[in-house]
Design a protein around this ligand. Structure first.
Ligand SMILES: N[C@@H](CCC(=O)N[C@@H](CS)C(=O)NCC(=O)O)C(=O)O
Length: 231
C-alpha cells in the first residue's frame, strides 16, 4: 500500500497516472499548495524541498516503510518495483532514463516558467515571456522530431518518460505553444490521452481543482515571501 501526497498539478498527475498504469494500491492525500500545506513539518519530513509529489511505500524493498520525493525518482522507483514501463534491455532502459531526465531538466522547468510568466506573474515581462515561450517551442520541436522517429519518447514502448512528459503538455496554450505546429507531438498527446489509466489519473483529487491564479493567498504561498522563510 502506498500513501501518496499530491496535488492537481502536472508533477502530481505524473504519479497518479503511473500508479494507475501499474495497478498499484494507493491512497491520495491532498497537499493543498495554495493553502501552504507543503510547509507543514510532517510533510517536510518526506518532502524536504516543500513540493509535491512525495509518497510512502509501506511495502518498501527491505519490507519497511520507504519515503521518497522528486517525481522522476518516484517514477523510477515505481517502475523498478513493478517491473513495468522501464525496459530491461540496457540500451532501451537508458534511452528511457534519458528522456525522463529531458522532462525533469527541460520540459518541466521551461514549460513551467512559460506558464508562470504568462499566467501567474503580476506584471507582464516581455523578456521572460519571450525566453520561456521560445524554449518551450524549441523543446516541442525536439519532441516532434523524436516522435517522428519512434512511437513513444523512449522508443517503441510506452514508458515512464511518456507519463512524466504528457501532463505538462496539457497547458500548451499558456506555454505560448500551438500544438498543431507539432503534428507528431499532437498525435502522441491525443493517443496517450485516450488511455483509461491516464483518464483515471486525471480524476484523482479532481474535486479540489481550482484556478489558483485567482487566489491571492495561493499566489503568496507559492510565489511570495512564504517560499523563502527558513524552515
Ligand atoms: N522537481 C520536482 C518539482 C515538484 C514541483 O515543482 N511541485 C510543485 C507543484 S507542480 C509544488 O509542489 N509547488 C509548491 C511549492 O513550490 O511550494 C518534482 O518533479 O517532483
Amino acid at each position: 500500500m502506498i500513501d501518496l501526497y499530491t496535488w492537481t498539478t502536472p508533477n502530481g498527475y505524473k504519479i497518479h497516472i503511473a500508479l494507475e498504469e501499474m495497478g498499484l494500491a494507493y491512497t491520495a492525500h491532498p497537499i493543498n499548495i495554495g493553502k501552504g500545506d507543503q510547509f507543514e513539518p510532517e510533510f517536510l519530513k518526506i518532502s524536504p524541498n516543500n513540493k509535491i509529489p512525495a509518497m510512502v511505500d509501506h511495502d518498501g524493498s527491505n519490507g519497511e516503510d520507504y519515503a521518497i520525493f522528486e517525481s522522476g525518482a518516484m517514477l523510477l522507483y515505481l517502475a523498478e518495483k513493478t517491473g513495468q514501463f522501464l525496459p530491461k534491455d540496457p540500451v532501451q532502459r537508458y534511452d528511457t532514463i534519458a528522456w525522463l531526465m529531458f522532462q525533469m531538466g527541460g520540459v518541466g522547468p521551461m514549460l513551467g516558467q512559460a506558464h508562470h510568466f504568462n499566467k501567474y506573474a503580476p506584471e507582464k515581462i516581455d523578456y521572460a515571456i519571450k525566453r520561456y515561450e521560445g524554449e518551450s517551442n524549441r523543446l516541442y520541436g525536439v519532441m516532434d522530431k523524436r516522435l517522428g522517429q519512434s512511437e513513444f519518447l523512449a522508443g517503441d514502448e510506452y514508458s515512464i518518460a511518456d507519463m512524466a512528459t504528457w501532463p505538462w503538455l496539457r497547458s500548451a496554450e499558456t506555454q505560448g505553444v500551438n500544438m498543431a505546429d507539432y503534428p507528431n507531438v499532437k498525435a502522441w498527446f491525443d493517443k496517450i490521452g485516450e488511455r483509461d489509466a491516464v483518464k483515471r489519473g486525471l480524476d484523482v483529487l479532481a474535486e479540489y481543482k481550482s484556478d489558483m491564479s485567482k487566489d491571492k493567498d495561493a499566489m503568496e504561498n507559492m510565489f511570495g515571501n512564504t517560499q523563502y522563510e527558513k524552515r
